[in-house]
Design a binder for this molecule. Sequence first.
Ligand SMILES: CC(C)(COP(=O)(O)OP(=O)(O)OC[C@H]1O[C@@H](n2cnc3c(N)ncnc32)[C@H](O)[C@@H]1OP(=O)(O)O)[C@@H](O)C(=O)NCCC(=O)NCCS
Length: 175
Amino acid sequence: MRKLRVLVLSSPRGLTAREKVEAQRAAARRALGELGLQDPLADREGVPLPTRGQHWSVSHTEGASAAVLCEDRVGIDIEHEREVSPRLLERFLTADEPALAPLAVWTAKESVLKKTQVGLAGLSECRIAAQPAPDTLEIEFRRTTHRVVLVRHELWYGALSCDASDWQVEWEWRA
Ligand SMILES: CC(C)(COP(=O)(O)OP(=O)(O)OC[C@H]1O[C@@H](n2cnc3c(N)ncnc32)[C@H](O)[C@@H]1OP(=O)(O)O)[C@@H](O)C(=O)NCCC(=O)NCCS
């Protein structure tokens, strides 16, 4: 059983948009460093590259940045509670999926799209196929079923997906 540790650190609020992104990125780097990965590699588009045998993924949202490391492919997404516009809902919810909070679905699909490195371009191809447990989803994406584990902490939603055959995740929130 692979045990994954997610570290979520707080990032400052009330900055300008640019300062906020920089502060969130700095918090994600600190979290990665604390997990044991310094100077993570990324391609020219910022897509994470395995570094010294470790896959890594980070996510930023209002007030928090999350990071995770794994020997297998891994994707994480966190979102702070917010209104989701009907137009955006249409892009990522379908009628045959279980009725979950929209941001839970969003983070779940993004975790798979980040793990597979496809990014948002693949959003319309992700579909929730099953919900085997309240915090677990199976998402079908390009003919593969991906297990996703959801978390809710205060006003944040989070989701993680990993390619290891057997894994569990522990979230440490310091935000
Ligand atoms: C990658 C993407 C899914 C990130 O989602 P997000 O919720 O905005 O951002 P998050 O904070 O959760 O994650 C950001 C991190 O994802 C990582 N990332 C970037 N592109 C990635 C990709 N294709 N796959 C996996 N991870 C990626 C980076 O580490 C990034 O951190 P950085 O901004 O500090 O460099 C999304 O921005 C994306 O797909 N971008 C590519 C452009 C695109 O396809 N646009 C579609 C318009 S329809």
